[in-house]
Ligand binder design. Structure first.
Ligand code: ATP
Ligand code: MG
Length: 365
């Protein structure tokens, strides 16, 4: 079995680490000049050459059985090009929906799934009129290419608006979102196999630092509560409508018992890294199982479990790692706020887990 992955970052790395155990061979398709230190030694690396025909690309990738992605910002033409040569999972149309915030929100609305109030705009005049229609404060997001809070402008007052409208380069797609006064943010990792079977991990509570994910807690107490039921139903309707194969991540805002979808990611996701620990099948293995149409694995851990991101920092003394902690390093150069690894922690007691996470954060930051 051979899997080709578009991208050579940490998500590709962790897919490969789980895949080797399943006897899968890997090819990573990277952009010319892209740094792929994360996947060094884990498979073949091919640099994309835009002049290649479908046949040439398929051959260069080692005639994979499946082509998948580790990021949403990929050229969907590549997915289409190889669609009659191997399984492409998730499919190009699904990836296209999630690449563009406007298309994604319109898609969610078509399924009657709640989002933040929004307008679309693609020029300075349409931005000005949409923002005026929404009323300040608003969050303007570029429709394509943003991540970790980049490509976003918080406009709270007329001065913010004026300086935003003075920016160059406003002739592109944006969504303008009303601010959601949420109680908390959470996410769900779901997987759908080529046969249409679906599994759902527990909702995960997420805490961000400067717009970047810092910690996640799997909400293991709530596998049959109302919030989980409605998150599962939302995930199922999205997966089925997109004829989606693989792991999909859904980010939510929570207000009381109400779920508002913030965004979708057509891939394994940072908020699901905790699934590498405890007694579940990891999101990485379930993605592999889904795209190779193998039976999906367990998703409900029997202990409380959390993840702490290493944002430009690592443990001073890795030998201080407790026996209920699991360190993952991505083989990346540390830079401020760069995701260079994470630590999974599990404990039977939620209070003890929270204390250990707090102590770890104090040690790291
Ligand atoms: P990431 O790549 O980390 O998921 P992103 O760049 O794709 O981030 P979003 O997830 O859309 O961007 O937004 C980043 C954060 O900004 C959210 O996690 C949330 O904390 C805040 N945020 C985004 N949209 C809204 C909104 N409409 N109302 C309130 N807060 C918001
Ligand atoms: Mg997000």
């Amino acid at each position: 079995m051979r899997l080709a992955i578009i991208g050579g970052g940490q998500l590709a790395r962790m897919l490969a680490l789980d895949g080797w155990r399943l006897g899968i061979h890997f090819t990573f398709l990277v952009e010319p000049g892209e740094n792929y230190s994360c996947v060094n030694g884990l498979g073949d690396v091919v640099e994309l050459d835009k002049n290649m025909s479908a046949d040439e690309l398929f051959k260069a990738l080692g005639k994979p059985d499946v082509l998948t992605v580790e990021k949403e910002h990929v050229d969907a033409d590549i997915l289409n090009m190889l669609a009659d040569k191997c399984r492409v999972a998730p499919n190009a149309d699904a990836v296209k929906v999630t690449q563009h915030r406007g298309r994604e929100k319109n898609f969610l609305r078509s399924l009657d799934i709640q989002t933040a109030p929004y307008q679309e705009a693609n020029s300075k005049p349409s931005l000005a009129s949409s923002i005026n229609k929404m009323g300040l404060p608003v969050l303007v997001k570029s429709s394509e290419e943003g991540y970790d809070g980049r490509g976003q402008w918080m406009l709270r007052n007329d001065d913010d608006l004026k300086s935003f409208l003075a920016e160059d380069d406003l002739n592109r797609d944006f969504v303008i979102e009303g601010l959601v006064d949420f109680d908390k943010e959470c996410s769900m990792i779901a997987a759908r196999s080529a046969d249409g079977d679906c599994v759902f991990y527990p909702l995960t509570d997420n805490v961000h630092k400067n717009g970047i994910l810092l910690t996640s807690y799997a909400d293991t107490n709530q596998s049959d509560n109302a919030l989980t039921q409605s998150a599962n139903a939302i995930a199922k309707s999205i997966l089925n409508k997109l004829d989606y194969v693989g792991v999909l991540a859904i980010e939510f805002f929570v207000i009381g018992n109400q779920l508002i979808v913030n965004e979708l990611a057509p891939r394994v996701h940072n908020s699901g890294h905790w699934s590498q620990a405890t007694d579940v099948c990891s999101q990485f293995e379930n993605h592999l199982r889904a795209v190779f149409n193998l039976p999906l694995g367990d998703t409900q851990p029997s202990t409380h479990v959390a993840m702490v991101n290493l944002l430009g920092v690592t443990l001073d003394k890795p030998n201080k790692l407790a026996s209920n902690m699991q360190l993952h390093e991505y083989n990346k150069e540390p830079r401020p706020n760069r995701k260079i690894g994470h630590i999974n922690i599990w404990h039977e007691s939620l209070d003890e887990l929270k204390l250990q996470v707090k102590n770890l954060l104090e040690e790291l930051y």
